[in-house]
Design a protein around this ligand. Structure first.
Ligand SMILES: NC(=O)c1ccc[n+]([C@@H]2O[C@H](COP(=O)([O-])OP(=O)(O)OC[C@H]3O[C@@H](n4cnc5c(N)ncnc54)[C@H](OP(=O)(O)O)[C@@H]3O)[C@@H](O)[C@H]2O)c1
Length: 342
């Protein structure tokens, strides 16, 4: 097998290709020969040694990667419903950047006809994150106005699609002109390019009474204003802090500290009076919640089948060029999903 290994935390050059013997599935496990592996912004944070669940569950050396698609190569004792040759997709608690992965059978699903093998590799993490944010944490009604930051990115564009499928009016926010069309195609009713216009003036224009939900992975850069622009019964959903990070390979300690200190604190008494809430989550701690995983995937596949959502456009990188994929996603210029092809 070939896999990317990060032996010590650091910059892009820490993503090294290594080879080793093929893994052998144990009881209840399946060995998948991967065909496409999703790249997520979180993988960069893992590489830098700043991702808490990676430190907690794996440490270094580590192979990043939460998701993949591929073909079953072998099954372990007790697995009777998959056989070699089956096309599958799945999630893994790290270790995805590899030509071969072994995961518990419950972390796999069959590839649905609506997904090609390459786009399936980058489907699960972004859409599961978006699904959890939109459907588990918010109870949105048709016609609700919602604001989605980074609306052309992997998770952001998936949130736009799911909120639109729920009948919401979506204001998408993007950081560069070339992303506007992507967010509109995802289903945003209006897109603000914050590099060119005043984001919060446009937000007040779009939703004079505020937003029923704001989905924010920026962190300190926008959290306070996102909270201020909630309507009654509004929810601020926090799922990342990428504005704390620099665009280079290494974290900038001054930026990290400044961002941490600028991160707003929300007072419960004021939340009570405004009827608003702040919700936060990290799916990488929820790998034990397999019924939730299967419920979400089933609902997402139903929506794909009904034509209510579509997978994101995908940019491919060979597995050995994982560093270029990280460079690209950290540059903040990418749209849709990035995948590694082993
Ligand atoms: N909590 C969870 O369970 C969970 C799960 C998956 C992902 N996430 C988080 O969701 C966020 C999006 O992840 P993704 O994989 O879908 O990435 P992505 O949105 O495809 O790419 C990152 C985007 O973030 C924006 N950005 C703002 N500041 C940035 C910076 N300093 N460096 C790089 N990008 C910056 C850029 O978009 P604009 O300039 O257009 O805003 C950029 O295109 C990340 O923060 C990630 O950690 C959380």
């Amino acid at each position: 097998m070939r896999k990317i290994v990060v032996r010590r935390p650091g910059g892009f050059d820490r993503l090294r290709l290594e080879t080793g013997p093929d893994p052998v599935p144990g009881p209840g496990e399946v060995h998948v020969a991967t065909r496409s592996i999703g790249v997520n912004y979180a993988d960069c944070v893992v590489r830098m040694g700043l991702y808490s669940s990676a430190r907690k569950y794996v440490g270094f050396p580590i192979t990043p990667g939460f998701e993949f698609s591929g073909v079953v190569a072998d099954v372990g004792p007790g697995v009777s419903d998959f056989r070699p040759g089956d096309s599958v997709m799945g999630v893994t608690q790290f270790g995805g950047y590899s030509s071969d992965v072994v995961v518990p059978r419950e972390q796999l699903v069959r590839l649905p006809p609506e997904l090609g093998m390459v786009e399936a590799g980058g489907f699960s993490a972004a859409f599961l994150t978006a699904w959890y944010a939109v459907f588990e944490l918010c109870r949105l009604d048709p016609g609700d106005r919602v604001l989605v930051h980074s609306a052309a990115g992997g998770v952001g564009s998936a949130i736009v699609k799911l909120a639109r499928a729920a009948g919401c009016e979506v204001l998408g926010v993007v950081g560069a002109p070339h992303k506007v069309e992507v967010a509109l195609t995802a289903g945003a009713a209006r897109v603000v390019d914050k590099s060119r216009e005043d984001l919060w003036a446009a937000a007040r224009d779009f939703a004079p009474n505020g937003f029923r939900a704001v989905f924010d992975a920026n962190g300190a850069a926008t959290l306070a204003e996102s909270y201020r622009h909630l309507s009654q019964r509004g929810r601020l959903v926090v799922y990342g802090f990428h504005s704390l990070m620099s665009h280079g390979g290494l974290p900038n300690p001054v930026r990290l500290l400044a961002g941490y200190l600028k991160t707003p604190r929300f007072h419960p008494m004021r939340m009570v009076d405004r009827n608003v809430g702040v919700l936060a989550f990290n799916l990488s701690y929820l790998f034990g919640e397999l019924p939730l995983f299967h419920r979400a995937m089933q609902d997402l596949f139903d929506k794909l089948r009904a034509g209510a959502i579509r997978p994101a456009p995908v940019t491919e990188f060979p597995l050995e060029r994982a560093a270029d994929a990280h460079r690209a996603i950290q540059s903040a210029s990418t749209v849709g999903k990035l995948v590694l092809i082993p």
